[in-house]
Design a protein. Structure first.
Ligand code: ADP
Ligand code: ZN
Ligand code: ZN
Length: 755
């Protein structure tokens, strides 16, 4: 009888760990937890396990009392003690991500820990601190030996520590001019001085001091938003998500700061997500000024060491707030109260490699799992968020007025069709209205920004005789021409060839470079606005992070009159002396083969327009277009987000696009086109079994960009409701079935780009 009882006890508690191993990506394996490790192995712990004939590292996804595996279970070999573990609360989130985004468990779990932390290669930085070990003994040593020249060095050292307190070696050297290491060692041996080790934080801040700020007295609109957020933090609202729809300068950031303060008061922590580009020193300074160094800034330019330190500071509970781009969402806080997603519509929140998650949507899920409130802030929310607010799934708070009652910039539309025939000497790029406006600014010592939306668009080489267009042979896109280097380059694979002087097809010399790039605009602007000081910012001129800061600094100091640029200058820049923004060709983005083209164009125009008039002088925006009747341009020029949103949602509902459906894109890539088509067709047939009346499936068909780096691309677009079963099928097809060699497949759930 007693034996039986003992057996029971032994089987109680969790003796089986379900482990995911890097080699098997999506399959959990059961291992027995040896007695000596029981209690120490937890969900998220990194363990070593026997796998085949080798030893592998993996993560524990869950614990169980017993296993359904028939054979004898192998035992865990040990805990990877020096490696970081995934906090348990994030493991649940990772499992959800794997399922929702159809990626492997391993990929999802890995993305929860920064590589710098996961690798185990980085160690905390420590330094030695010296202090008096025995005060009385030290004092009497000084008293006895003060007059002895032979003991002068030792006396100096003791005096420095007695009066200066504990200190690192550098300080000790500075305060004892005749510092001698052998004297120091002697005193340590004698037990008069002792050493301890202290963690040193690798400093991540760009500057050391900021002036502290207090909460500002909220405007009426801010007060209203804050009252709602307070209820949300107290779990008194129907939803844990609030959409803060506030125009630029309406004081959204101030609302974030005060909301964080409320969460801290509750003893909770907060995460602030910002698009990488807005993680500028300006933003960082505002957060530090309010919260001091109790803040972790997770910048993409952190070194591995800094990233490691910051993760540990968060994990140890030393900081309460993390600010950063996408991956900051996985900051290992244990008592999360609030997640803020600033500029929630930004496409940079969607990760372009597996797991292809949307940080906004995962933030909402993390909030739900951990009982935290979520604030989504934007002047131009994504259709998905606007829709969720309209059906009551999210709370909504609007802020329509700029703080200090500033007038928003004056927006004018120029119909460029009237300028269809460029006269000799005139470029046709700049309308007379824009030219006058820029010259006007120059005469007043004010600055202008000229913006070109170049996404999916470039200056291409065309033969006027035969119509030949220079295209990259490996990728199915037109080459971009650079006049500066006389080259043609491919933006997808980076391939470069010298520019043609005659057509390679027909030999004609009538080569034309169609379209306009920023480079061309810059050269024309130099002629038209002579002697203006002009700089250009785009991904061609801005190679390093420093180039960006250098140009912006010159602009800020007033050393430039005109800044020409692409998307790169659309966001976040705050230059009070910029009173004019010219949008060279507002139509470019609208032609993209993408159902989000209107939304993106609206967001971009709104953002660019927001760069004008941030100082005391009212700003002006001039939009050049050949489609002045286009709804998107009309609503953007009228600052009518609601009008645009209604128009855009109607269009999406009519065509069954998100947010009325879910959209999943499956991409197939391979070098052998017929094999690829065959596989994509078989794949589609297998998926068809899960298609019901509420699901539409299109393809497989060639992707809009048919080839990249020599690989053919096909895609399957699935739209619909109730996709759960179908998603499970997709997961199995991609992760658990053999895929022919030479082909790869990836699934993009809630795809942002269908190119
Ligand atoms: P947004 O994030 O919506 O663009 P900000 O929070 O940056 O707006 O506010 C714009 C400017 O107005 C900032 O300079 C900010 O310091 C100031 N501001 C915000 N709220 C207030 C307030 N309640 N009282 C006074 N100034 C404010
Ligand atoms: Zn290419
Ligand atoms: Zn030709």
């Amino acid at each position: 009888m007693p034996l039986k009882g003992l057996d029971k006890i032994k089987n109680m508690g969790n003796s089986v760990a379900k482990v995911i191993v890097d080699i098997a990506l999506d399959k959990e394996f059961d291992y027995e937890i040896p007695i000596e490790l029981q209690g120490r192995v937890k969900v998220g712990t990194m363990v070593s396990v026997p796998f085949g004939n080798s030893r592998r590292d993996g993560y524990v996804l869950s614990l169980a009392e017993n296993s359904s595996f028939d054979g004898k279970l192998k035992s865990l070999l040990g805990i990877c003690g020096d490696r970081a573990h995934v906090p348990e609360q994030l493991v649940t989130l990772g499992r959800w991500m794997a399922e929702y985004y159809c990626c492997s468990q391993e990929q999802a779990i890995r993305s929860l820990l920064p590589a710098a932390v996961r690798s185990g290669k980085i160690k905390p930085r420590k330094r030695k601190i010296y202090r008096i070990a025995d005060r009385d003994a030290a004092q009497s040593f000084v008293a006895i030996n003060s007059a002895k020249p032979s003991a002068a060095l030792r006396v100096d050292l003791l005096k420095a520590l007695l009066s200066g307190g504990e200190q690192p070696i550098e300080t000790l050297k500075a305060s004892t001019p005749a510092f001698s290491n052998s004297s120091l060692q002697t005193l340590i041996r004698k037990g008069l001085i002792e050493i301890s080790e202290e963690l040193v934080r690798r400093d991540v801040f760009f500057e050391s001091k900021v002036i502290a700020t207090q909460a500002l007295k909220p405007s009426q609109e801010q007060a209203h938003a804050l009252a709602l957020i307070k209820k949300m933090l107290n779990h008194e609202t129907a939803s844990h998500v609030l959409l803060l729809l506030g125009v630029t300068n309406s004081g959204k950031t101030e609302v974030y700061l005060q909301s964080i303060a409320m969460a801290l008061e509750q003893g909770k922590s907060a995460i602030v997500l910002v698009p990488e580009i807005s993680l500028t020193p300006q933003t960082v300074r505002r957060f530090r000024a309010r919260f001091g160094d109790e803040l972790s800034i997770l910048h993409s330019r952190l070194s591995d060491g800094e990233r490691f330190d910051e993760w540990n500071r968060i994990n140890n509970g030393e900081v309460k707030i993390a600010v950063g781009a996408r991956s900051a969402l996985f900051a290992p806080f244990r008592n999360l109260g609030l997640i803020i997603v600033d500029e929630e519509h930004e496409s940079s929140y969607k990760q372009s490699e597996a797991p292809r998650y949307s940080a906004r949507d995962v933030a909402i899920m993390r909030g739900k799992l951990e009982n935290a409130a979520v604030i989504l802030g934007s002047a131009t929310p994504a259709a998905e968020s606007a829709y969720n607010a309209s059906i009551g799934k999210f709370l909504l708070s609007r802020m329509t007025e700029q703080v200090e009652n500033k007038l928003p910039a004056h927006i004018r539309i120029v119909d460029q069709r009237l300028d269809e025939e460029p006269k000799p000497g005139k470029s046709g790029f700049f309308s007379p209205m824009l030219i006058d406006a820029v010259r006007d600014r120059m005469s007043r010592g004010e600055q202008s920004i000229l913006f070109l939306n170049r996404r999916g668009y470039a200056r291409v080489m065309i033969c006027e005789e035969c119509g030949f267009e220079a295209r990259c042979p490996d990728c199915s896109v037109a080459y971009t021409y650079s006049k500066m280097h006389e080259i043609l380059s491919c933006h997808l694979c980076g391939g470069v060839i010298p520019a043609y002087s005659s057509c390679p097809e027909c030999g004609s010399a009538k080569i034309r470079y169609a379209g306009l790039g920023t480079e061309k605009i810059e050269s024309v602007a130099k002629a038209v606005f002579h002697p203006a000081r002009i700089a250009r910012m785009d991904s061609d001129t801005m190679r390093g992070a420093d180039d960006y800061e250098i140009v912006l600094d010159r602009f800020r100091r007033g050393e430039l009159d005109i800044l020409i640029g692409t998307q790169m200058i659309a966001k976040g820049l705050h230059f009070p002396n910029v009173t004019l923004v010219g949008i060279i060709n507002a139509d470019l983005g609208l032609a993209m083969p993408d159902f989000r083209a209107s939304e993106r164009t609206f967001q971009l125009i709104t953002q660019v327009a927001g760069r004008a008039g941030r100082g005391d002088i009212r700003g002006e925006v001039i939009i050049q277009t050949r489609n002045p009747e286009n709804e998107t341009i009309y609503y953007a020029a009228n600052r009518d987000y609601n009008g645009f949103s209604k128009f855009d949602l109607e269009f999406r509902e009519l065509l069954d696009y998100p947010p009325y459906t879910h959209l999943i894109a499956v991409f197939f890539r391979g070098t052998d086109e017929s094999q690829l088509i065959q596989y994509a067709t078989d794949f589609t047939r297998a998926v068809q079994a899960y298609v019901h009346s509420e699901i539409k499936i299109a393809g497989p068909s060639p992707a809009p960009i048919e080839r990249i780096k020599g690989k053919f691309r096909y895609m399957l677009v699935i739209r619909g409701r109730k996709l759960k079963l179908l998603k499970q099928a997709l997961r199995i097809l991609v992760l658990h079935r053999a895929i022919p060699k030479g082909i790869d497949v990836y699934i993009d759930v809630d795809a942002q780009s269908l190119l």
